[in-house]
Design a protein around this ligand. Structure first.
Ligand code: AMP
Ligand code: GLY
Length: 426
């Protein structure tokens, strides 16, 4: 079969790396890909959001199945366009992708179907929003309704900050994504990422994972797309998984079907593990990045049939096997990230890291030019270590980092600390 992966991040590198192992694949393409993906797939220079060009390419190359990585094209209707052209794909149609595309949509669904999430209100003007804030406890969470590349959430600790944020968002801080806002209760607890494949009816939970969103050690500083991740996540005990499935994932999949917009693909629930059990922070309609990289590192089964089963409505026949070892990933980002950062700095000795046993190197923001590997994004590399314990996996990942020579980059030095603390045997 001929397969096309859409996207250019670490997630897509990991998906290509895993898919390349499938005996069912005769040709693997990635659009647009990156400097590392070139080793696993033929990269084609088509942007992930150029829907007509993607459909044309699929027709031209007789692509059998398209795996969509990022949320942008899903919310824009890539899967709908592929369906119309008779091309099968992995991911939800636009109407179902609203679970990520509109926080208000997702919150209203939770309210209607009693899915545990933070209490909230939606607003389309600053005055009513500010009045509401005055009646609420602090801290309070203010979110732009639409897609804002993970940056549209502000946790305000004073009334003044909350009101200023409301004015800024309605003033255009996040563009059209901020035409509406959601204000919600601050939830306390530990965060975890939960992933399940679904064909609209059947649900297959994947291995558990957790990421570190903050840029600095000790989970301090600005929020990012994720500075590291590990799988399994010790906070997701069997009981917690069962509660998450019963209270959150199953009712959501049933609700989407009932509303006439069945959800297919991977459903990624951002959870807060509170004293009252798991609560939904948000839904994403794609794999998490970097979580996808540690999931792919642990997947023993062929990934392709599982992804295809979500579109063929045959997920009930799929089971997946995972390595029992822990996978732990450390992100290397360009100095300055998540603020302004320098581009086109050279990265060396990636092969030395990749040559270490139980170390995997996935690229996120790289470009190959004149025989050199250049950093062209904020998050640039994901270095995964495998180990019997979290501690061993952590040691492996950092041994990979030490082998790489990139003066323009930095990483956190404590990825996995909560899990290391829990996993004392490590
Ligand atoms: P989101 O983009 O909705 O996942 O939010 C980004 C981050 O903001 C989350 O990963 C949490 O760390 C934090 N956050 C969002 N909503 C809440 C909430 N209601 N209570 C506490 N923290 C939150
Ligand atoms: N790691 C968080 C995300 O993919 O949104």
């Amino acid at each position: 079969m001929k397969i096309l992966v859409i996207g250019s991040g670490g997630r897509e590198h990991a998906l290509c790396w895993a898919l390349k192992k499938s005996p069912l694949i005769s040709k693997l393409y990635c659009a647009p890909g990156n400097g590392g993906i070139e080793d696993a797939a033929d990269c084609v220079p088509i942007k992930a959001e150029d829907i007509p060009a993607i459909v044309d390419f699929c027709r031209q190359e007789a692509i059998d199945f398209v795996v969509v990585g990022p949320e942008g094209p899903l919310v824009m209707g890539l899967v709908d366009a592929l369906d119309d052209a008779g091309i099968k794909s992995f991911g939800p149609r636009a109407a179902a992708a609203q679970l990520e595309g509109s926080k208000g949509f997702m919150k209203d669904l939770c309210r209607t179907y009693n899915i545990p999430t933070a209490a909230y209100q939606r607003f389309d003007n600053a005055e009513a929003a500010k009045e509401y804030v005055e009646s609420q406890n602090l801290p309070i969470v203010i979110k732009a309704d639409g897609l804002a590349a993970g940056k549209g959430v502000i946790i305000a600790t004073t009334q003044a900050e909350a009101k200023e944020t409301i004015d800024e968002i309605f003033g255009g801080l996040f563009g059209v994504a901020g035409a509406e806002i959601v204000i919600e209760e601050f939830m306390e607890g530990e965060e975890a990422s939960f992933f399940a494949l679904t064909d609209g009816e059947n649900i297959l939970p994947l291995a558990t994972a957790q990421d570190h969103k903050a840029v600095g050690d000790g989970d301090t500083g600005l929020n990012t797309g994720g500075m590291g991740a590990y799988s399994p996540a010790p906070v997701m005990t069997d009981d917690m998984i069962a509660l998450t499935m019963n209270r959150i994932i199953e009712p959501t999949v049933a609700a989407m079907k009932e509303q006439g917009t069945p959800y297919t693909g991977v459903l990624y629930a951002g959870l807060m593990i509170t004293k009252d059990g798991p609560k939904l922070i948000e839904y994403n309609v794609r794999f998490g990045d970097p979580e996808c990289q540690v999931l792919c590192a642990r997947m023993k089964s062929d990934l392709l049939p599982a992804l295809m089963a979500t579109s063929d409505k045959s997920l009930a026949s799929i089971s997946l096997e995972w390595e029992t070892d822990t996978a732990l990933l450390v992100v290397m980002a360009a100095k300055g990230y998540p603020g302004a950062y320098e581009k086109n700095t050279e990265i060396k000795d990636l092969d030395k890291a990749a040559a270490i046993d139980d170390v995997l190197v996935f690229h996120a923001g790289t470009k190959r030019q004149d025989g050199k590997m250049l950093a062209v994004g904020g998050r640039v590399l994901g270095i995964t270590g495998m180990g019997k314990t979290v501690k061993q996996a952590q040691k492996k990942a950092y041994s990979g980092i030490s082998a790489i020579s990139w003066p323009g980059g930095f990483c956190r030095s404590d990825i996995g600390w909560r899990a290391v603390d829990r996993n004392v045997a490590g």
